[in-house]
Design a protein around this ligand. Structure first.
Ligand SMILES: [Ca+2]
Length: 498
């Protein structure tokens, strides 16, 4: 029997389109129809099938139909049932195909939609990733650029540092070489110094030995000199006696000549008197004549000028002609040019011998100058010059000095050699001022120089901080005024032996 109808609820099918498998069940009954529902997971399919009227009666009363007619009818019904079953089976197959087709389409659509959505989402994600990547790439590029620039800068600095390091290394090498050279030189010099020290030690030892020998010799000579001096004194007294005898003899001869030849031999007598050695040009000559006591003596120049002087016969062997002497200040030394030229004071007292006399003496012979000084504290000192002379008045009695020794200063203690003499009425110094008027006295001022032994005399207690006192800067400083001074000269070749 063919399938009469099948009412499919399309809405029901669409609503459950996502259901993948099929199951079935049988529900309730309508008049002449049967309703079937297929449940597949969340999906349900409902359809109606026609009911067979003849089937129900035969099944409900099987006991009343036991005869041959019943067998035929049963057979026919079975055939009908078989046909119906076959139709149902075919219909179910169709339904299954239909459901499968519908599901395929829906699934395909769903998949397509899902794929599209996913693709869109992926595209969006991709786009955002791309933009992020681009930004990151930009940032990376920037960072990379910065890194490159930093790297370049660092490389430059490294290069520069390497160059400077090279230079420094070279300099260090040069310096090291120089240091090693200096070290070599130093060690060489040290060796030389050691050698020289050794030599000096040897020389010193030799000199000490020589000194000891000389000292011994000096002692012996001193003893010999003492003996000689004693003999000299004896000879001197004998000499004086002989001199007196000679004088008496001359006198007696003169009286004899005078008594025998009156008037005839007058001139020859005078000549004989003049030839006698009774005059002395300086105290050295007086000393040599046997007068070895300090005191006032008369000197006679070669031009017959006579002058009285004080002779120092004790200091350093004696024979000194004193040209200046001060000890208590009672003679005024603030004098004129002429007074300093001719001299003033008394030889037994304080005095200045005179520039003219000293000029003549020191130009006739070579003289030493010795200056004896005493302060107010009982100390004494001296300055000595091996060569001393004055130039003429035309040269303003310019002073010349050479060869210093002594205990009271140095070669420039008096002043600069070549300084001219100045007095209160003759300004020949090198100062714009007048040193003689400023510091009093006549002296070889420079401007105004380190000394002035002819300055103002100050008594003890008033002798400090005096700019115009008796000054000797290189012994007592600038403001100190001395107690006593003596200036004296002696021939450079003087020997105290008679
Ligand atoms: Ca002047």
């Amino acid at each position: 029997m063919p399938l009469q109808s099948a009412d499919l609820s399309a809405d029901s099918v669409r609503d459950k389109s996502l259901c993948p498998t099929i199951g079935s069940s049988y529900n309730g009954l309508d008049a002449g129809k049967r309703q079937y529902q297929i449940q597949n997971g969340p999906c349900s399919y409902t359809f109606l099938l026609p009911e067979q009227d003849n089937c129900q009666g035969s099944y409900n009363d099987p006991v009343q139909r036991d005869g041959p007619e019943d067998i035929t009818e049963s057979f026919q019904r079975l055939q009908k049932l078989e046909g119906t079953m076959e139709n149902n089976t075919q219909w179910l197959l169709k339904l299954e195909n239909y459901i499968q087709d519908s599901l395929k389409h829906d699934i395909a659509q769903m998949q397509q939609t899902a794929v599209q959505n996913q693709t869109a989402t992926m595209i969006e994600i991709g786009a955002s990733l791309l933009s992020q990547t681009v930004e990151q790439s930009k940032k990376l590029t920037n960072v990379e650029t910065q890194v490159i620039s930093q790297t370049t800068r660092l490389e430059k600095k490294l290069l520069e540092n390497a160059l400077s390091t090279n230079k420094l290394e070279k300099q260090v090498i040069v310096q090291s070489n120089e240091i090693s050279k200096l070290s070599d030189k130093n060690s060489y010099l040290e060796k030389r110094v050691e050698e020289m020290e050794g030599q000096r030690l040897v020389e010193l030892k030799t000199l000490r030995e020589e000194k000891q020998q000389l000292e011994a010799l000096l002692l012996r000579q001193t003893a010999v000199i003492g003996q000689l001096q004693q003999q000299l004194l004896k000879v001197s007294s004998n000499n004086t006696a002989l001199h007196n005898q000679q004088q008496q003899l001359v006198d007696s001869v003169n009286s004899l000549i005078q008594s025998i030849t009156v008037g005839t031999f007058t001139e020859s007598k005078t000549a004989m008197m003049k030839d006698l050695p009774t005059t002395h040009v300086d105290c050295a000559a007086v000393f040599k004549s046997g007068n070895t006591q300090s005191g006032v003596y008369s000197l006679t120049f070669p031009d017959s000028t006579e002058v009285k002087v004080f002779c120092d016969m004790e200091t350093d062997g004696g024979g000194w002609t004193v040209i200046q002497k001060r000890f208590d200040g009672h003679v005024d030394f603030h004098r004129t040019w002429q007074e300093y030229k001719k001299g003033f004071g008394e030889p037994s007292d304080e005095y200045w011998l005179g520039n003219d006399f000293v000029y003549k003496l020191t130009n006739a012979h070579s003289y030493k100058l010795r200056i004896q000084l005493n302060d107010w504290e009982g100390n004494s000192g001296f300055s000595q010059y091996d060569q001393f002379s004055l130039e003429s008045e035309a040269q303003n009695f310019r002073i010349q000095l050479k060869g210093y020794s002594g205990t009271a200063g140095k070669i420039s203690s008096i002043g600069q050699p070549g300084s001219e003499f100045s007095t209160k009425d003759a300004d020949n110094d090198k100062c714009v001022c007048k040193c003689s008027q400023l510091t009093t006295g006549g002296w070889w001022f420079d401007a105004c120089g380190p000394s002035n032994l002819n300055g103002m005399y100050y008594q003890q207690g008033q002798n400090s901080n005096r700019f115009n006192g008796i000054k000797w800067y290189y012994w007592k400083g600038s403001g100190y005024s001395l107690k006593t001074t003596t200036m004296m000269i002696r021939p450079a070749d003087f020997s105290s032996s008679l």
